[in-house]
Design a protein. Structure first.
Length: 356
């Protein structure tokens, strides 16, 4: 179904909040633009999306989101270049993954045109909110949840899709120290680990809190069965460099198919960096740290792009990583961000024009 901007009803905010925002000192995801996109699923179909002033929404106490957790989301960014052009990075991949998550959580899939044209219209309306400070961007949060009411343990009959915009600074600053987790699991075979379901992240908070009490910022998740294999780092995919080989685990029921992860795998292939997608054991990582061949570990994701890991803890022992002048992490982050901000050629066709 085709949707044009004429089909999207726009209710403009009576006044803008933009003058109240310090764009040079933006925290991540705590300030929101003037408008949001809202689309409702009722009577067996998605209605046309609408844009309205950003603000509270009203739900019945019996809305099924509160009781059975039917909730999914995506994470994206919009970037403004030096000439005022506005760009997205692989947005069709976000739409595809949103619908993969929706299907797993028994939520109706959203038409591509609603997602893409709704997002484009919203960004054009709130274009002045996109920050230009180095390292800043417009973080985009599309999400869906069960708005239908009832206490029966079954899928809802109504859903709400919303896109909110949050001008944001960097997600992480500097490096992080992680703890390899051997008791708690992020997900399991046959579960919902590959979906961006809200509950996946809620379940991470407690083990991460325990790790923080021990002096770490994040946990490295291992497989649910044996805890022998490295899987993810916090809410990010993880890469490990041993010697000159970059290694990341294969996607599965337990591991999110990260868009940044996929981008890195394409970049390393074109640059001739030896990369392996395979199971990586904790023992192999620890041994590499002991014999000096462990060069880098870093998390990857939309919010941080690439987040270097300075060291890790395992069974009461801490292991540091060397500081490299020519790290893969810094090179890969620069390569991706130069494409995102339209500072370099895009040989992969990842950049999507919104304004320009």
């Amino acid at each position: 179904m085709d949707v044009s901007t004429l089909d999207i009803q726009i209710e403009k905010a009576p006044t803008s909040k933009i003058d109240q925002v310090d764009f040079d000192n933006l925290a991540f995801g705590s300030v929101f633009s003037d408008h949001m996109l809202v689309c409702d699923y009722r009577n067996g179909a998605w209605e046309f999306p609408k844009i309205m002033p950003y603000g509270p929404i009203s739900l019945e106490p019996s809305a099924k989101i509160f009781h059975y957790g039917q909730s999914i989301f995506e994470g994206m960014k919009a970037y403004k270049d030096v000439d005022g052009g506005v760009w997205l990075f692989r947005p069709l991949d976000n739409h595809k993954r949103l619908n993969i998550s929706a299907s797993r959580m028994a939520i109706p899939e959203l038409p591509e045109a609603y997602f893409m044209e709704g997002l484009r219209t919203l960004l054009q309306l709130d274009e002045k909110w996109i920050p230009t400070t180095e390292g800043s961007s417009m973080y985009i949060r599309p999400f869906m949840f069960a708005s239908g009411k009832g206490l029966h343990a079954s899928p809802a009959d109504a859903y709400k899709f919303i896109i909110a915009l949050a001008p944001s600074g960097s997600y992480f600053s500097g490096t992080v120290k992680v703890l390899i987790e051997e008791k708690y699991s992020r997900s399991a075979n046959g579960g919902v680990g590959y979906a961006k379901a809200g509950g996946n992240y809620a379940g991470q908070f407690y083990p991460t809190q325990l790790a923080k009490e021990k002096g770490y910022q994040q946990v490295v998740w291992t497989d649910d069965n044996t805890h022998e294999y490295i899987e993810e780092a916090g809410a990010m995919n993880i890469f490990v460099r041993i010697g000159d080989t970059l290694i990341t685990g294969p996607t599965s029921d337990r591991i999110l198919d990260g868009i940044t992860r996929k981008s890195i795998l394409q970049i390393t292939e074109t640059k001739g960096i030896k990369t392996e997608v395979r199971k990586l054991s904790v023992t192999e990582v620890v041994e590499a740290a002991k014999n000096g061949t462990l060069k880098e570990m870093f998390g990857t994701g939309t919010a941080a792009v690439v987040s270097p890991i300075s060291g890790f803890g395992h069974r009461g022992q801490d292991y540091g990583l060397p500081e490299l002048d020519d790290s893969y992490a810094s090179m890969l982050k620069k390569t991706i961000m130069d494409i995102q901000y339209n500072r370099a050629e895009d040989p992969f066709g990842w950049r999507y024009s919104v304004i320009g």
